[in-house]
Design a protein around this ligand. Structure first.
Ligand SMILES: [Zn+2]
Length: 165
């Protein structure tokens, strides 16, 4: 199977699992975490596939431990290396839903803020794309067509039209 097709299949599988609700099945070992993840063959990331709503906004996935929710990457770090204490568990790979402890490092709150800002910059909607969307709209292209053509969400198209991006 080609790499692109393999990646597409993973994406599809991940999506179908993402739709299932967060369960209360406990996580006790790193194996439990691995079992709920999708290893990404190219990057080595373990993409968390269990909690649902959280993953869509690139936020860190959460899971139940006893009666509270904890960050899964932090839990993975704890199971692999022990308690991180006051330090923050950060991603080297920059994939917030990755739960592979080998892809993490310990840092301070400041490191975390710096990384978050960098990620936000990287995620910014491309200006050329927003321009193209506005041009399409001016020439009468339907929004449903624009969603397909630009691979943008309805929400981002509206934002582009309002010149918010
Ligand atoms: Zn990773």
């Amino acid at each position: 199977m080609g790499k692109a097709r393999e990646a597409a299949r993973l994406q599809r599988d991940l999506y179908s699992v993402k739709k299932t609700a967060m369960t209360r099945k406990p996580i006790r070992t790193l194996d439990d975490i691995f079992a709920w993840s999708y290893p990404e063959p190219n990057t080595g990331c373990w993409l968390w596939g269990r909690s649902s709503a959280d993953n869509r906004n690139y936020t860190v996935p959460k899971a139940w431990v006893k009666d509270r929710t904890v960050s899964v990457p932090r839990l993975a770090w704890t199971l692999a290396h022990g308690n991180a204490g006051k330090q923050h568990v950060l991603h080297k790979c920059d994939v917030s839903i990755c739960v592979n402890p080998d892809h993490m490092y310990l840092g301070t709150h400041q490191d975390n803020m710096r990384d978050m800002k960098a990620r936000k910059r990287a995620r910014r909607f491309p200006r050329e794309k927003a321009e193209a969307i506005r041009e399409d709209f001016a020439s009468g292209t339907l929004i449903t067509h624009m969603i397909k053509k630009h691979g943008a969400s309805y929400y981002n198209i509206l934002k582009a039209l309002r010149k918010e991006i």
